[in-house]
Structure formats: structure tokens, C-alpha cells
Design a protein around this ligand. Structure first.
Ligand SMILES: CC(=O)N[C@H]1[C@@H](OP(=O)(O)OP(=O)(O)OC[C@H]2O[C@@H](n3ccc(=O)[nH]c3=O)[C@H](O)[C@@H]2O)O[C@H](CO)[C@@H](O)[C@@H]1O
Ligand SMILES: C=C(OP(=O)(O)O)C(=O)O
Length: 497
């Protein structure tokens, strides 16, 4: 991974102005999940076929579970995925006094018994979404004492935008004893106010929406599908939220929200991961339910690379990467992660794995999180040539005489070209199929990108640290097995001394 080239001048599309490192910083401690049992063992090389059912979205379910704290009566939530993250979120609510009943496929949440405004710190520290409860607790009870969040270790992930936004809504916020202490300035409820995020943070937008739904007026920016899903849940519960899906949300306060019945949207990141599993194994699979427009950016990239959408309805996709002729290849391409509708950062590690099997040189630029290329070191153990500099990775695919002109031009313009083309020429003859390896997942999407590598690799792969993957994929191995993959979850028994 050592690099000497300078990527400063890499040309790239405009990025919304991201808060820079001068912003303060209540930075959350990233909790390390103990990397031990179980693991995945994968025999690579199988072609996939058949249909996969896509679960509800983790990143919608977490804020919507938090939002039930705003609602009197019961909230009936369908399509909540059964993940370690959603279980943790239920424990967070339980630690406040909420009652949650699992009807199998439907969670019934009643928060009328909530008497505490201080959720269990250990549970909050396991996931990013735990911190979202600060918004609804302030909205309904006028007070919250919340520990710092955990989640994937992919960057500093500060919470300064949350704090600034809550202050703009009239909260007094202090940091004491490792926790955020917030209360409504007038001792009753939040007053409402206007706040413009200087970066469309998903979590800050969601937290402020929940905080504002019993106060008045907030202007926020993120329009990720999961933010819109939360807006729809709040509206179903009696909130007045205008502008969901645009870059301006207007929330008019209501004194009370009520329970409702709501179904979480399908997980676009899970669906995207399965499309990439089909692409890397050059297979054809169908999937539902999906919202195809949530996947447009990925679909465009894959179609340009040589894949096909064989069928598409309002909630089903049939995706094929089966070559029409034996000599057909998938062509490398460039991606840059960005807020929706840009390329999702949560699919960056997975698409990088696909690119190692494509033709030519590809460039991957991570622009949302500053430390989201950690999986590369493990991915390299499968044999591909990937060079990282800062937040950019160059993926040296197979050379069959065609290369990715855009990557060439961009790298040429940036002075990177001489360095990397020389390297590629020396290495390309050595590039062959991915080879099975023993690797460790260090975060959720980086971890699943290793599963994709294992599916395509020659031989056997063992992936440890799969607790990270269990945070965000429901029954991953069962779903892959049904598609024909040879994946097993094994429990390691530590050898006696
Ligand atoms: C539970 C959940 O929904 N997680 C998703 C959510 O995370 P999350 O809500 O944490 O992501 P954000 O959109 O907040 O973060 C984007 C960028 O903004 C920065 N930032 C954020 C808040 C803040 O107060 N200050 C600040 O500087 C972050 O460090 C990061 O560099 O959106 C991300 C971006 O689509 C996804 O990768 C995560 O899967
Ligand atoms: C980064 C992710 O999750 P979290 O924000 O919960 O850590 C993710 O889902 O890829």
C-alpha cells in the first residue's frame, strides 16, 4: 500500500462542502467488536442463480425505531430487518422503558412507559444509530442524556452538526462525563428554529427532524431515501413534514404524535450487494422487493461495464452479468462516492472488489468518510493489484487490450499516470484470478466485500470478524446458499494451550 504519488490534483465532480477538521469535536469512541467466532468459509467459483428476498433497510429501521419515542400509543413496524444493529436499537429503547413485542415480521413498539431520558451507554456505544434517540427524547420529554455512538470505524464521525442543530432549536447542550446532556432552554420543550447543515449528514438530518417534529421549522439538507422514509413515518404518526426528498425540509411542530402502522423500505445497500455478488460471479439473479430508483447510480455503472437489467418492474429487478460470448468481459470504470443520488459510500468496498475482476484500470475515490479504504489490505490478500493514496484507490484489473480511458485521462492529468502505468505494465501479466485467502473483516461493508471476493476466488476463503457483517445483513449466508453459493458459517473452537 505504500505510495509515493500525489493525488491532490485528481479532477473530480463537485462535492458538497464537507465540514473540515477544524470543526470541534465530540468524537465518538469506536468500539471494537471482538474478532473471534464465528467465521464464514467460502468455496469460490459457483455461479449464482434464482431469486433473493431483500430485507428492510437497516438505515431506515434505526431512526424509525428511535422516532417511536415521539409517539404516544403503539407503533406497528413491518419489514424491520433482524440484525444485531436493530436488536441493539431495541435494547436502547428497552433501557428507557419502552415495550417491544416481536410478532415475527412486525415489531410493536410502545413508548408510553418511558420514564428515563438516559439510555444504556454500552448499547449506544455499539451502533451509530443509538445516538439518534437524543432528538426524540428532547422533543417529547425536553431532556436527554446520551453517551457517544459507535458504528463502523470508517472515520472520525463527529457529532458537531447534531449539537449545532439542536442548539438552533433551542436546546442547551453540554458534554459531561463522556455523555451529551441536553435540555430544552425554557424547561418545557424545544422552540423550533432554522438550521442549515453545511454538509448533508444523514444522521444529523434525521436527529433534527425528530427533534423538530414537536417544535417548529427546521431547514436541513440530506435527501437520502432513508431520510425520506423517516419523514413518511413521522407524517404517518401525525407530524407535519414538508419537502421530503428535496433539499429543504419544513417541519411544523405538533404537540403530540400518535402510533401508526408503517412498513420500512427495502434495503438498497443489501440489494446492491447482491447485484454485485451476481456481477462478480458473472451470474443472473432476480431480487425483490427493491425500489429501482434507489439503485440508479449503481445500475448505470454496471450497465456501462457490460451487465444487463433483464427485467425491471416497480419492485423487482432481474440482473445479469452472464457474458453473451465467452470472450466478453466487464470493463473497469471510475467511481466517486457522494451523498444520494451519488454513488453510495456503503457500496464502495463491494464495487471495488468487482473492479478487481474487470478489464483495465479503475479508480475509486471515497469522499464521504476519510478512512473507508481499510478493507483494501485484506482484499489484497486475494491477489489483486490495488494502490491506495489518501482517499483514492487505483484498481489494476485484467488487461485484455482495452482500458478505462477516463481513468487514464484523469490520472495523466494529475501526474499520477507515469507512476501507475509503469506499475501496471510491470504487474499486469501477474494479474490472474482472485485466489482464496484467510482474511478479517474490520467493518460492515468492508467485511461483505471480502465475502464477494471469496465467491469469485479460486479455492477456499475464511473470513473472521463476521460480527461486523451481522450488523447489517440478515441471513446473508442462507440467502447466498439459496442462490447456489458455497458459504458456511462455522464456529471456531479455540485450540487448547
Ligand atoms: C445508521 C446510518 O444511517 N448510517 C449511515 C449514515 O451514517 P451517518 O449518519 O453517520 O453519516 P453522515 O451522513 O452523518 O456522515 C457523512 C460525513 O459527515 C461527517 N459528519 C457527520 C455528522 C457530524 O456531525 N459531523 C460530521 O463531520 C462524517 O464524519 C462523514 O464524513 O449515512 C452514511 C452516509 O450515507 C452511511 O454510510 C451510513 O451507513
Ligand atoms: C457505515 C454503516 O453503518 P453505521 O453508520 O451504522 O456504522 C453502513 O451501514 O455501512
Amino acid at each position: 500500500m505504500a505510495s509515493t504519488f500525489n493525488p491532490r490534483s485528481l479532477s473530480s465532480p463537485p462535492n458538497p462542502s464537507k465540514p473540515s477538521s477544524h470543526i470541534p469535536t465530540l468524537q465518538p469512541p469506536h468500539k471494537t467488536i471482538t474478532l473471534q467466532t464465528p467465521n464464514f468459509t467460502i468455496s469460490g467459483g459457483s455461479t449464482l442463480s434464482g431469486h433473493v428476498s431483500i430485507s428492510g433497510s437497516k438505515n431506515s429501521a434505526l431512526p424509525i425505531l428511535a422516532a417511536t419515542l415521539c409517539c404516544s400509543g403503539t407503533s406497528n413496524l413491518r419489514n424491520v430487518p433482524d440484525l444485531s444493529d436493530t436488536r441493539t436499537m431495541c435494547s436502547v429503547l428497552g433501557s428507557l422503558g419502552a415495550e417491544i413485542e416481536d410478532l415475527g415480521g412486525e415489531l410493536v413498539v410502545n413508548t408510553d412507559g418511558v420514564r428515563s431520558v438516559e439510555p444504556c451507554e454500552d448499547e449506544i456505544g455499539k451502533i451509530r444509530g443509538g445516538f439518534f434517540v437524543v432528538g426524540p427524547l428532547l422533543a417529547r420529554f425536553g431532556e436527554a442524556v446520551v453517551g457517544l455512538p459507535g458504528g463502523c470505524d470508517i472515520g472520525a464521525r463527529p457529532i458537531d452538526l447534531y449539537i449545532r442543530g439542536l442548539r438552533a432549536l433551542g436546546a442547551i447542550v453540554e458534554f459531561r462525563d463522556g455523555k451529551v446532556h441536553a435540555h430544552a432552554a425554557n424547561g418545557k420543550g424545544l422552540m423550533g428554529g432554522r438550521f442549515r447543515l453545511n454538509y448533508p449528514s444523514v444522521g444529523a438530518t434525521e436527529t433534527l427532524m425528530m427533534a423538530a417534529c414537536m417544535a417548529d421549522g427546521v431547514t436541513v439538507l440530506s435527501n437520502e431515501p432513508e431520510v425520506i422514509d423517516l419523514a413518511h413515518f413521522l407524517i404517518a404518526s401525525g407530524a407535519c413534514v414538508e419537502g421530503a426528498g428535496t433539499d429543504k425540509l419544513l417541519i411544523k411542530g405538533r404537540s403530540r404524535l400518535h402510533g401508526s402502522e408503517y412498513s420500512i423500505i427495502p434495503d438498497r445497500i443489501e440489494a446492491g450487494t447482491f447485484m454485485l455478488a451476481a456481477a462478480i460471479t458473472r451470474s443472473c439473479i432476480s431480487m425483490s422487493p427493491v425500489v429501482p430508483s434507489h439503485l440508479s447510480c449503481l445500475i448505470n455503472k454496471l450497465v456501462n461495464a457490460g451487465c444487463k437489467i433483464a427485467q425491471c418492474t416497480h419492485d423487482m429487478l432481474e440482473f445479469s452479468a452472464v457474458p453473451a460470448k465467452a470472450r466478453d468481459v466487464l470493463h473497469g470504470f471510475n467511481i466517486r462516492t457522494n451523498p444520494f443520488p451519488g454513488f453510495p459510500t456503503d457500496l464502495q468496498p463491494q464495487i471495488m472488489t468487482l473492479l478487481t475482476t474487470c478489464d483495465g484500470l479503475s479508480m475509486v475515490k471515497e469522499s464521504v468518510f476519510e478512512n473507508r479504504l481499510r478493507h483494501v489490505t485484506e482484499l489484497q490478500k486475494f491477489g489483486p493489484r490495488i494502490q491506495v493514496c489518501g482517499s483514492t484507490a487505483l484498481v489494476f484489473g485484467k488487461d485484455r487490450g482495452r482500458s478505462n480511458r477516463t481513468a487514464e485521462v484523469r490520472t495523466k492529468n494529475s501526474g499520477l499516470w507515469e507512476h501507475c502505468i509503469g506499475f501496471w505494465k510491470r504487474q499486469r501479466k501477474k494479474v490472474s484470478m482472485l485466489r482464496g485467502s484467510r482474511v478479517v473483516a474490520s467493518d460492515l461493508r468492508g467485511g461483505v466485500s471480502l465475502v464477494l471476493a471469496g465467491l469469485a476466488a479460486e479455492g477456499t476463503t475464511e473470513i473472521n470478524g463476521i460480527a461486523h457483517i451481522d450488523r447489517g445483513y440478515e441471513n446473508l449466508e442462507t440467502k447466498l446458499q439459496r442462490l447456489g453459493a458455497d458459504v458456511k458459517r462455522l464456529i471456531n473452537i479455540p485450540s487448547p494451550l
